[in-house]
Each structure stands twice: as C-alpha cells, then as structure tokens.
Design a protein. Structure first.
Length: 202
C-alpha cells in the first residue's frame, strides 16, 4: 500500500508540476503577444505623427495651413497635408528635398525658407505656395523657418516640428525659429505644421 500511495502522490505531483509549467508557458506567450501589439501601436502612432496634444485638434477652427513636400524616390506628395498632419515619410530614410506652404482663412500669409545641403540657408523667403528647396538635384533639406504675414499675423502663432535623421521627431518651434539641424548634415524626413491662436501651445 505504501508503494501505491507513494506512486500516486508522485504521479499527482508530476501532473501538478506539468500543469504549472504549461500555465507559465501560456502566460509568457500571452505577454509576448500583448507586448508585440503594444509595440506595433506605438510604432504606428509615431510613424503617422499623432502624438501631439489636444490643441492640434482645435486647429480646425483656426486658419488652415496646407503643405506639401517633395520626397526622395517618391517625388511630390499627391495631395496637401494640413493642420498638424505629418507630411513626408518616417522610418524609410528618405530625405525631404523641397516644400510648399500656403495659408487659408483670416488675413494671413506665410513665408518660409529652408537650409539646403551644399547651399545653406536660402537668401530669399518663399511665400504662399512657392517652392522652397530644390528639385532634381538630390539635395536634402536640413532645417526650415516659417513665419506668418498679414494684418492678422499677431493674432496667431504658426508652430512646426520636423522628423530629422538620427533625432526623430524634434520639439515644436514657432514664428520664424529654426527647426532641424543646420550644420550637422542631417536630412529632414517629415514635417508637421499648425496655426493656433497666439499664446496657445500644441
């Protein structure tokens, strides 16, 4: 009888041990799947540039800023982006080569200039949909400055930020400040621009 009891308890203990191991393995698999899903969500969010805070959503009631970029390999985007949307590419290593920007609504205009590989800062500001940068020269944009013009310019701030080689998304700047890495030979890859009431932060 003792032998039978010992065998029985040994058998039960082994089964319990096996079940516990199986449970741990299942939990590990579940955690791996959840981690992979969470990572994928973060990557998608970062790639499309929707991390800015809620004030960008309010931009729809303000003047509209529209912008379009010329990208390495792909050329010009097929449509205008606006009000904080990401224009360009993220995670593909593609340089921006030129940009057009325009503003609709209120008594506003927009001026901008870019820092271009080999050439440095453009001497003249471009405005209202004109091309800033180069086409067909394979030159990267390295930095950009944007400012509002017009009678209502003091009522609004124009914010912009860039996705730069090595650095990823950089901080927001506004009203003619430099966004990017002039002098470091780093390409711009994407940009977001938004107009908000003066004193409001994205």
């Amino acid at each position: 009888m003792d032998f039978i009891y010992r065998y029985y308890f040994s058998f039960v203990s082994q089964k319990v041990h096996i079940l516990r191991n199986e449970r741990r393995i299942r939990m590990r698999k579940i955690m791996k799947k959840l981690s992979a899903i969470a990572l994928a969500i973060v990557m998608v969010v970062a790639a499309i540039g929707i991390l800015p805070t809620a004030n960008i959503a309010k931009a729809s009631g303000n003047p509209t800023v529209k912008y379009m970029v010329h990208r390495q390999t792909y050329g010009w985007e097929t449509g205008w982006k606006s009000n904080g949307q990401s224009s360009g590419t993220v995670g593909e290593g593609k340089r921006l080569e030129s940009i057009k920007i325009k503003v609709e609504g209120a008594n506003l205009g927009v001026q901008y200039r870019t820092h271009i590989q080999s050439f440095g800062w453009e001497a003249d500001w471009r405005s209202n949909g004109a091309l800033s940068g180069t086409e067909g020269k394979a030159k990267r944009l390295e930095a950009i400055q944007i400012k509002l013009t017009g009678a209502d310019a003091n009522k609004y701030d124009i914010y912009y930020r860039v996705h730069a080689q090595t650095y990823g998304w950089m901080g927001w700047v506004k009203n003619g400040e430099s966004a990017g890495t002039a002098g470091q030979s780093k390409r711009l890859e994407a940009i977001q621009i938004v107009i908000l009431p003066a004193g409001t932060y994205p």
